[in-house]
Design a protein around this ligand. Structure first.
Ligand code: OAD
Length: 234
């Protein structure tokens, strides 16, 4: 790992698994008892807003019962101590990276603790349950929805992510199955721009072959080891 200045890290559900948050593509293919199309599409929101809102209310409430694990802590340490550029891009909608102390990060698939006005696009921090028809404080429309990127919608901050990937010397993917684009394609973008690429995951992801190095194991073990080695060598 020589000549590394700029790092981009992509995280997925696997990094929060050891905190007790279920991953998406576990055995059975159901997410908390639902097919993902039932709760994670614009059509589902239009067709059954009560179900979709209740589902995310439960996920939001569940955040109170979980804490960051050693992998989140290690990335927060890297954020504090790394003098080069760093961007942590998470696909997760939990808040465990920020609760661990990471700041150089963004949520490309949205956040449980945020509501989005479908009428005027205003975002507002939201910690409670969010009944369908809740009014936007900015425009007054009764159109607040969970601030989650549903299937078929454009992930957030793509220009920032693309720019960071184009400058990256090292791209690291942690705890993601590589099943959902555009995140699954970041490894190829980073490689195209000359970055080293490292996967840290429990099992090989769908895109494992694109990584220059793959380490298999639990994020709570692999991530602290990797961060320690990187900071010691730097
Ligand atoms: P997945 O559930 O598809 O994949 C989780 C990955 O984490 C799998 O490859 C597991 O092997 C791995 N894993 C599980 N436990 C782990 C551990 N302790 N340490 C390391 N790795 C572990 O979740 P994502 O790839 O994050 O989108 O899913 C991507 C997107 O699909 C999500 O952001 C979500 C979903 O639809 C939206 O909500 C928009």
């Amino acid at each position: 790992m020589q000549d590394i200045q700029n790092i981009v890290i992509l995280t997925g559900a696997g990094i929060s698994a050891e905190s007790g948050i279920a991953t998406f593509r576990g055995p059975g293919g159901l997410w908390e008892g639902h097919r993902v199309e039932e709760v994670c599409t614009p059509e589902a929101l239009a067709h059954d807003p009560d179900l979709v809102h209740r589902f995310y209310d439960l996920r939001r409430a569940a955040l109170a019962n979980v804490v960051p694990n050693a992998a989140h802590d290690a990335l927060a340490r890297l954020d504090r101590e790394w003098s080069g550029e760093l961007l942590i891009v998470t696909q997760n909608v939990d808040d465990l990276h920020e609760r661990a102390g990471a700041t150089r990060m963004l949520h490309m698939h949205g956040e449980l603790n945020s509501a989005l006005c479908a009428a005027c696009d205003t975002r507002v921090a939201w910690r409670e349950s969010l009944p369908p028809g809740s009014a936007c404080a900015t425009c007054g429309a009764e159109a607040l929805r969970p601030d989650i990127v549903f299937f078929g919608e454009m992930p957030y901050r793509m220009e920032v992510i693309e720019r960071a990937l184009s400058r990256a010397d090292l791209f690291v993917s942690i705890g993601t199955s590589g099943a959902v684009y555009p995140a699954a394609g970041f490894v190829q973008t980073a490689r195209y721009h000359g970055a080293q690429t490292l996967e840290l995951n429990l099992e090989p992801s769908a895109g494992s072959v694109y990584f220059s190095e793959v380490r298999l194991g639990a994020a709570g073990v692999l991530v602290p080891e990797w961060v320690e080695a990187l900071l010691t060598q730097a």
